[in-house]
Design a protein around this ligand. Structure first.
Ligand code: BGC
Length: 373
């Protein structure tokens, strides 16, 4: 209700789009003061469809506000990110909404913002080891990992099922939360023999541990990271399949950390003559992966409704500007402080509920897909 009121109170403004390159990629809404910015939004990269979805949703939210908003992309570089934050500070930004490229490296950027009196909202990815984060708007990332683990576990019968683990980028705190969630569900199934890990000696060495320390997670993630990179995911999967025997293939189970990497890894497993069937996870409901799910090439994805995240973040920023305390429902420890957070649930999408979850909800138009039932 609060959200609706906040948005209704705002006037519809014309959004002007500018497309530049590198760290200067930006989108602005008209503001009251020429050249000034009330809310600065910094997103990690335009090279992954996930962040284009967020940009798109921010565009709709920005279109409904009379505050001046500028969105900048960091293109996978912490240096660009710092420059972006400094640019926004120089324009008088009051609130920064930032999805960090690197959780620890971003600390310097947000500390500079805090020093300039800016309120900092971490968006989707937590910024670690700094006190300079006021709020965190996020999906339930442990639940994302648990949903992936559960999907694999629910589809496995008998024992000795080959399991291949992949993870996100180690400088992204979410990679740890996703892995932690997946481990919560998969570890008991590894311990009871349902699954046998085939591609990580570090995970095998820790497979008796129900919970892992950050260091132990690091050891596994370091070995099976995709770095959120499609090509790295592909070459790792190829190397893993080359290193095992036909007996380690057959019907296999693959924990893939997101949609982009899932499609790469799925293509590798699909091309291996000794793989008779594979179950593979993903997240983000990227258009290409939704099509893969419809076509039976990716088993599931996780719908993270970026409409909710963008709206929550903007409403939080508007509350801050109006001197109100934003509503939060949990906290996340960033290594130094407990950051007040607003958390959004996630939805598991398989072939069976694509239409209901993604089309009927108005997130995508049916015309984007073929073979949809
Ligand atoms: C996000 C995922 C995304 C990944 C790679 C994570 O922090 O939560 O949705 O797939 O980064 O960009």
């Amino acid at each position: 209700m609060k959200k609706v009121i906040a948005l209704l109170l705002c006037l519809v403004m014309v959004v002007s789009m500018t497309a530049c390159s590198g760290g200067k990629d930006k989108e602005t809404s008209g503001g009251s003061k020429e050249g000034s910015v009330d809310v600065g939004i910094v997103l990690p990269t335009k090279d992954e469809p996930r962040w284009l979805q967020d940009q798109d949703k921010f565009k709709s939210v920005i279109g409904e506000t009379d505050y001046s908003v500028e969105v900048l992309f960091s293109q996978g570089s912490s240096a660009n990110e710092k420059t972006n934050v400094e640019t926004l500070i120089s324009k008088g930004m009051k609130v920064l909404i930032i999805c960090a490229d690197d959780a620890a490296a971003a600390a310097a950027s947000v500390e500079a913002a805090k020093e300039a009196g800016v309120t900092v909202i971490a968006y989707d990815r937590l910024i670690t080891d700094t006190k300079a984060v006021d709020y965190y708007v996020t999906f339930d990332s442990v639940a994302v990992g648990e949903a992936m683990g559960k999907y694999l576990a629910d589809n496995a019968t008998g024992s000795g099922n080959p399991l291949y683990l992949y993870a996100g980028k180690a400088t992204d705190n979410n990679a740890f939360l996703f892995f932690q969630g997946a481990w919560n569900i998969l570890q008991p199934k590894i311990a009871d023999g349902t699954f046998v890990i085939k591609n990580s000696s570090e995970a095998v060495a820790l497979q008796d541990k129900a919970t892992l320390t950050r260091e132990q997670q690091s050891a596994i993630i370091g070995q099976v990271t995709t770095n959120w990179d499609f090509n790295e995911a592909k070459s790792k999967a190829e190397a893993h399949l080359t290193n095992v025997t036909a007996a380690d293939k057959g019907k296999v189970y693959v924990l893939a950390p997101n949609d982009g990497t899932s499609r790469s890894i799925a293509d590798v497993f699909a091309a291996d003559a000794d793989v008779s069937q594979y179950f593979i996870t993903g997240q983000d409901a990227e258009i290409a992966s939704v099509q893969y799910v419809i076509d039976g090439k990716q088993s599931m994805t996780i719908f993270k409704d970026t409409r909710t995240l963008a709206t929550d973040a903007m409403n939080m920023a508007i509350d801050v500007i109006n001197g109100k305390t934003p509503a939060t429902d949990t906290t996340y420890n960033n290594g130094v402080i407990d950051v007040k957070a607003k958390q959004t649930p996630i939805v598991v999408v398989t072939k069976d509920n694509v239409k209901e979850a993604l089309i009927d909800s108005g997130y995508y138009e049916a015309s984007k897909f073929t073979g949809l039932k």
